[in-house]
Design a protein around this ligand. Structure first.
Ligand code: G3H
Ligand code: 13P
Ligand code: ZN
Length: 311
């Protein structure tokens, strides 16, 4: 099966009360772990590539690895640019075979965000590619941009209809309290999401797919594995899985997960190296690392997103 856009996936997810997992990919083992998990539970997938991933692994390598996953799994897979920040970057991914791009104009003024997003939508739609826009700012780290808590802001429901109508975007990322990275809440702070804002947005945008970024749960098992094997991660707190399950039943059709993958990969490599200090064949420590990714993703697809059996 060739790469697909997220159009049909989102419609089915919206109607069925579940969400599609959008997992960040940076290398072969991550792609294999995610796609093997999805194959086992028959789940559709969004594999997303950030500008940093593209810089690290090279556009062509990532596209070809995803094409290999298509051949191996025969799943519906959408290849998405995560946090595109310029028209040129989006254009390069559209021209280079991606089926979906995000143009993240959330750091611009409302009018500038609309102008930039509309330009990307026009280019993308002429080529059969779908576009995710963003309104509201998440705290946390994306590539080299660190958005402090003071600069983060919830999405204003009053702006969403105008943004979607004037830009023509196919989905909208919103800020309701999630944030990027492993440190989403201060130590002792109770994780909270603004479901009231989500409900208001749903009301204003009927039958329209919403996206949640910064949705890793920062699974304690992996943080503990890192810390038990020479790491030192202080008080990492993520989004509780029950909140994500609740969101997945609503208009939220895409849930972004990266940090949990990083933690699983790093935790298992640290554990392997601590237990086998004389080993130096990368295949030895990357085998359990890939298995950890697979195990994590399978649990997410079944227990959190509810998209198993929907491929
Ligand atoms: O939202 C950010 C994603 O986790 C990607 O992170 O830009 O470091 O690749 P990155
Ligand atoms: P996490 O850092 O919570 O995994 O978020 C990833 C993300 O939003 C990618 O765009
Ligand atoms: Zn993000």
């Amino acid at each position: 099966m060739p790469l697909v856009t997220s159009k049909e996936m989102f419609q089915k997810a919206y109607d069925g009360g579940y969400a599609i997992g959008a997992f960040n990919v940076n290398n072969m083992e991550i792609i294999q772990g995610i796609t093997e998990a999805a194959k086992e539970v028959s789940a559709p997938l969004i594999l997303q590539v950030s500008a940093g991933a593209r810089k690290y692994a090279n556009h062509t390598y990532l596209v070809k690895l995803v094409e290999a996953a298509l051949i191996e799994t025969d799943l519906p897979i959408c290849l998405h640019l995560d946090h595109g920040d310029t028209f040129e970057l989006c254009k390069s991914c559209i021209d280079g075979g991606f089926t979906s791009v995000m143009i993240d104009g959330s750091h611009h003024s409302f009018e500038d965000n609309i102008a930039l997003t509309k330009k990307v939508v026009e280019y993308a739609h002429e080529r059969g590619v779908v576009v995710e826009g963003e309104l509201g700012r998440l705290a946390g780290i994306e590539d080299d941009v660190n958005v402090s808590e003071e600069d983060a802001s919830y999405t204003r429901p009053s702006e969403v209809e105008e943004f979607v109508t004037r830009t023509g975007v196919d989905s909208l990322a919103i800020a309701i309290g999630t944030s990027h990275g492993a440190y989403k809440f201060k130590p002792g702070q109770k994780p909270e999401l603004r479901f009231d804002i989500l409900k208001e947005i749903e009301k204003r945008l009927p039958n329209f797919p919403i996206v949640l970024h910064g949705a890793s749960s920062v699974i304690p098992e992996y943080v503990e594995m890192i810390n038990a094997n020479g790491g030192n991660m202080p008080d990492a707190i993520g989004i509780p899985e029950d909140m994500l399950r609740e969101a997945a039943k609503s208009a939220v059709c895409k849930i972004n997960i990266d940090s949990d993958l990083r933690l699983a990969l790093t935790g298992s490599i640290r554990k392997y190296m601590a237990e086998n200090p004389s080993h130096f064949d990368p295949r030895q420590y990357l085998t359990p690392a890939r298995a950890a990714i697979k195990d994590l993703v399978k649990k997410k697809l079944v227990n959190v997103l509810g998209c198993d059996g929907k491929a």
